[in-house]
Design a protein around this ligand. Structure first.
Ligand code: ADP
Ligand code: MG
Length: 143
């Protein structure tokens, strides 16, 4: 199976808790290569656009507020079956329901503040990597 990219992102709670290094080590131990990464702070407009699919959900305003509350660390992650495997590695949205050993079970505190984002389909992986990393930075990565 060909290697593909997914967008993984450490959320503000993961950066604030000082667990970024441990979470990145966990991701690398699962066989992902970090092909691009950046520490950045989202504006409300950027966070709103990133999570546009959820704009009619009751948690949207809280989600945008949380995602702009501190820095985030988006990463273009490469691996065979990257999208599905990363979703398995991060676990269910709510850490209370996440499987043992998953990042959200190990490092997240609540359904909202759940430490990490992962693309949910290969199409969204492409879209979300492009959202954070300009073409010049990821040139050649889709090869
Ligand atoms: P996932 O991140 O697992 O793909 P969703 O796409 O459903 O989950 O939701 C996006 C993000 O919105 C979640 O990771 C979480 O931070 C937040 N969220 C989702 N559902 C809720 C909820 N019921 N209450 C609060 N925050 C939520
Ligand atoms: Mg999602």
């Amino acid at each position: 199976m060909a290697k593909i990219l997914t967008l993984g992102m450490l959320k503000p709670d993961a950066i604030a808790s000082g667990k970024a290094g441990a979470i990145i080590a966990h991701i690398q131990n699962e066989g992902f290569s970090i092909r691009a990464a950046r520490l950045t702070r989202l504006t409300p407009a950027q966070a709103g656009k990133f999570y546009e699919v959820h704009k009619d959900r009751p948690f949207y305003a809280d989600l945008v507020a949380f995602m702009t509350s501190g820095p985030v660390l988006p990463m273009a992650l490469e691996r065979e079956d990257a999208v599905a495997h990363f979703r398995k590695v991060i676990g269910a949205t709510d850490p209370a329901e996440a499987a043992p050993g998953t990042i959200r079970k190990l490092f997240a505190e609540s359904k909202g503040k759940n430490a990490v984002h992962g693309s949910d389909s290969p199409e969204n992986g492409v879209r979300e990597v492009a959202f954070f990393f300009p073409e010049s930075e990821i040139a050649g990565l889709w090869g």
